[in-house]
Design a protein around this ligand. Sequence first.
Ligand SMILES: [Zn+2]
Length: 181
Amino acid sequence: MTNEEQTKLVQKESKRLWKSRGFKWIIIVTIILLAGIVFSHVRYQARLIICRINLEYGIGSSMNIYMSDYDDQLPLPGKWNDLLIEYYDVSESVFQCPGSQSEGKMSDYSINKHLYEVGLWKGDCVGLFESKPGWNQIGDVEIFTTCNHRNNGGCYNKSSFSGVQFVEQENVNGIKWKPEE
Ligand SMILES: [Zn+2]
C-alpha cells in the first residue's frame, strides 16, 4: 500500500468514525462534562469571593464604624443584625452567604461570643464567622459551619494583616476564639 493509499484510508476511517452516532455523542458529552466542571469551579470561587466581601467589607466594616461611634462597644448581642441595618443601612443580603440554603430573614454569620466577655474586639481574635443560620446570633466554634463552601468556613478578624480566612473543618480548633489566650 502506497503512502497516498494509506492517507486516504485514514481519512476514510476518520470520516466513518465521525459519522457514527456514538462518536459524536462521546464528544458532545465530554464537552458538556468539561463545561460543567469549569462552571462549577467558577461558581465555587464566586461564592467564596462574595462571602469574603460580606464578612470583611459588608458586616466587618459597619461593625468597625459602629464601634468607633460607640466608644469601642460591640453592637448589642440581642440585636446586632438589626442595629447594623438600622444605623448603617446595611442590606439584609449582606448577612447571607451565597453558599447557604437559608431562606428569609436569616444571618449566616455570627459574632464571636467571647468578645463580649472581655468587652472588646482584639485584632488577632475571630470577630465574625460563618455560622448556622440565625438572627442577632452570637456563639463560637459550636455554631461555626463549613457547610457552605465544600468543607470550608470563613472567619474575619479585624486586623488588616489577616483579614478573612477560610479554614477547613479539621483545622477549626486552630482558630483563636478567646481573646485572652
Ligand atoms: Zn460563606
